[in-house]
Design a protein around this ligand. Structure first.
Ligand code: PLP
Length: 384
């Protein structure tokens, strides 16, 4: 099998899995209890918190564990919205966010909040002038993703943070596709809140974290016991959190080397596709793009058909984001960068990762042109 869908999810690293195992059995103590067994679990949680804090260059007490990226996004947005409703009810985001952000904003609109969806340019970079113009007296939050999951475009987060901070507004970034892939420092970025997710960087599924800068007063997300300083109640997912911590530690040590290796393979794949297949569009920014992501529109055919044929060949890729594949709607991200709907339907995303080898790239380049030729022959729109 050739797996090239690492932006959808990644396999759990063996070292992560090994570190988690005792916390399903022998080390089962509830971190809130007071005896030795429980203290082991508490210690494991705090070690994980320190590791995640190192990954983001922040203090451990600024890390709150969640059930993943979706929860972290929901919490940052609704927590700010409900907590600051006396100051204002206006939120700014971009039109290419993940649905974890977009649908939270849609919910808030139904609750009487106002949301501005910033346009992006043809590469997916947020319109900075539009951002400046949309900040108002009643704006409470700007939430803009660090990098896009579909096309990989990386936003100028530092520049955005400076603009937002100058106006006294809170700034959250969904860094789910960036955390664990590239060096991150919340201090350098200047963000107030940041979301990440374990399963995107070789950790387990169902666990993530929200960084909340000290001094930001975010209201609780879940009510109950006093876990996570009373802000996210419920007995902690100890094994998952331990896994997240280990994944963060491994990422810190290995990401630079991996980035270079994976980046080269992605570039080779892109070059090969451009050489072998006519009438394609490479989506996303040419340089300011995640090094592992290649999103391509192969005109006149359906992305879904290409994916099925690739699957027959044992190649896993995706069209649009995992959450929207299976839907008939063209990707909102591709529409936002100006791709017409009929062409947006022809998109395929290859996202590479740790276990890819050069042979995988060769295999895709070997089978994809034939698949495209076959499908185009059946397409009424293909005139050649
Ligand atoms: N945000 C982005 C940019 C993502 O790519 C994803 C997952 O696809 C999420 C949020 C949701 O994360 P999770 O799957 O951990 O809920």
């Amino acid at each position: 099998m050739v797996y090239m869908d690492y932006n959808a999810t990644t396999p759990c690293d063996e070292r992560v899995f090994k570190e988690m195992l005792p916390y399903f059995s022998k080390e089962f103590g509830n971190p809130s209890s007071i005896y030795g067994l429980a203290r082991n679990s508490r210690k494991a949680l705090e070690t994980a918190r320190e590791r995640v804090a190192k990954l983001l260059d922040c203090k451990p007490e600024e890390i709150f564990f969640t059930s993943g990226g979706t929860e972290a996004d929901n919490w940052a947005i609704t927590g700010t919205a409900f907590g600051m409703r006396d100051k204002g009810k206006h939120i700014i985001t971009s039109s290419i966010e993940h649905h974890a952000v977009l649908n939270t904003c849609k919910f808030l609109e139904k609750m009487g909040y106002e949301v501005t969806y910033l346009p992006v340019d043809r590469y997916g970079i947020v319109d900075i002038e539009a951002l400046k113009k949309s900040i108002r007296k009643d704006t409470i939050l700007v939430t803009i993703m660090a990098a896009n999951n579909e096309i990989g475009t990386v936003q100028p987060i530092k520049e955005i943070a400076e603009i937002v901070k100058g106006k006294g507004v809170l700034f959250h970034t969904d860094a789910v596709q960036v955390a664990g892939k590239v060096h991150l420092s919340v201090k350098e970025m200047g963000v107030d809140m940041l979301s990440l997710s374990g399963h995107k960087f070789y950790g387990p599924k169902g666990v993530g974290a929200l960084y909340v800068r000290k001094g930001v007063r975010l209201i609780p997300f879940l009510y109950g016991g006093g876990q996570e300083k009373g802000k996210r109640a419920g007995t902690e997912n100890v094994a998952g959190i331990v896994g997240l911590g280990k994944a963060a530690e491994i990422a810190m040590a290995e990401m630079a080397e991996e980035a270079e290796r994976i980046g080269k393979m992605r570039d080779d794949l892109e070059k090969g596709i451009k050489e072998k297949i006519p009438e394609i569009i490479i989506n996303g920014h040419p340089e300011k793009r995640l090094y592992n992501t290649l999103n391509v529109c192969i005109k006149y055919i359906e992305g879904e058909s290409i994916l099925l044929h690739l699957d027959f060949e044992g190649i896993c890729a995706s069209s649009g984001s995992a959450c929207t594949s299976g839907s008939l709607e063209p990707s909102h991200v591709l529409l936002a960068i100006g791709i017409p709907p009929e062409i947006a339907h022809s998109s395929v995303r290859f996202s590479l990762g740790k276990h890819n080898k050069r042979e995988d790239v060769a295999k895709v380049l070997d089978v994809l042109p034939g698949i495209v030729e076959k499908l185009r022959k059946m397409s009424p729109f293909w005139k050649q």
